[in-house]
Design a protein around this ligand. Structure first.
Ligand SMILES: [Zn+2]
Length: 321
């Protein structure tokens, strides 16, 4: 058995899986925000302990535990730096790997959350029929993962940052500080910033009423989905704007790489689902150089547990079985 943990900005999802990646136990908890990175390490350990218990085992008996994390992940050193959407002050490298291995008594392997999620889709999900895929994780930001000819392409560590493909020179300010990135239009954080700006200047929307009704403090994927269901004009306009940006950015990436399939995941991607994957596919068409043979576009198939199941894949198989 192997463990996998998906460390996110709002929640920690842990699973224990068998050799075929079947989930035997799982646990989900909110990401602790007040106790610093040490508190996060404790929570990661606690989540895998609980998942292991649900699977009828204990952490020390696992072949290993994989962790998919945002930020700058150095798998060799076992550190994570710049994970600001987990803890705003998390800049310096934190030795997650060693800390967690000590707590759990088993080996720990780190990977970048989006790359890990893309590999999970490639091996177990919507990417299974293909040799080369581009994973597009449409959530708070827009992350990307590349599998080329069956292998993850990580470049010099930072490949796959599709959210920062420039779709409009000198365009909207991106959370990364640059201008005109795809994420500046399509990332949920940027979409919310624009919605607040328009709302403040007098434009009508029910987005923030829905947010309050649902006891949220931010425009979550669920809030956007509900507003779209209710025919909210601003929500529709901002999502259409996001789709246009995704169409241009993803098509440009496909022009360069000619992958067989694009897998759309992430909070918004999975929440909005098939209809919106078709909209992205359509928005890509005008920008595709080879438009008579476009890549397949699929919604990620592993859903909410994909990140954690993918993290478990970071643990090398002990033997064939
Ligand atoms: Zn950017």
């Amino acid at each position: 058995m192997r463990g996998g943990i998906d460390l996110g900005g709002t929640k920690i999802q842990a699973v224990v899986v068998d050799r075929r990646s079947k989930v035997l136990g799982e646990h989900r908890m909110p990401t602790p925000k007040d106790a610093g990175p040490e508190g996060v390490v404790w929570a990661l350990a606690e989540s895998i302990r609980t998942a292991a218990e649900a699977a009828g085992t204990e952490p020390a008996a696992l072949e290993g535990v994989g962790v998919g994390s945002p930020g700058t992940v150095d798998a060799g050193a076992g550190t994570v730096a710049n994970a600001k959407n987990v803890i705003p002050t998390w800049e310096a490298p934190v030795p997650i790997g060693a800390g967690l291995a000590d707590e759990l008594g088993t080996r720990v392997f780190l990977g970048h959350d989006v790359r890990v999620g893309s590999m999970a889709e490639f091996r177990l999900g919507a990417g299974k029929p293909y040799r080369s895929i581009l994973g597009v994780f449409w959530g708070t930001g827009v992350g990307g993962g590349l599998i080329l000819n069956g292998r993850a392409w990580t470049g010099r560590h930072a490949a796959g940052e599709i959210g920062h493909m420039v779709v409009e020179r000198g365009g909207a300010r991106c959370p990364c500080g640059r201008k005109g990135c795809m994420e500046a239009y399509a990332g949920r954080a940027a979409m919310e910033r624009e919605a607040r700006r328009r709302h403040k200047s007098g434009h009508k929307t029910r987005l923030f009423d829905i947010m309050r009704d649902r006891d949220r403090t931010a425009l979550t994927s669920g809030v956007w989905a509900r507003a779209l269901d209710r025919g909210d004009d601003m929500a529709k306009d901002l999502v259409d704007r996001a789709i246009e940006a995704l169409g241009a950015g993803v098509a440009s990436a496909c022009n360069l790489l000619d992958v067989e399939a694009v897998i759309v995941g992430g909070g918004l991607g999975t929440r909005l689902g098939e209809d919106y994957a078709r909209k992205i596919e359509k928005a890509m068409l005008p920008h595709l150089f080879v438009d008579d043979n476009p890549p397949a576009v699929h919604v990620a198939a592993l859903g909410d547990l994909g990140g954690a199941i993918g993290a478990a894949l970071l643990v090398p198989a002990a033997s064939a079985g």
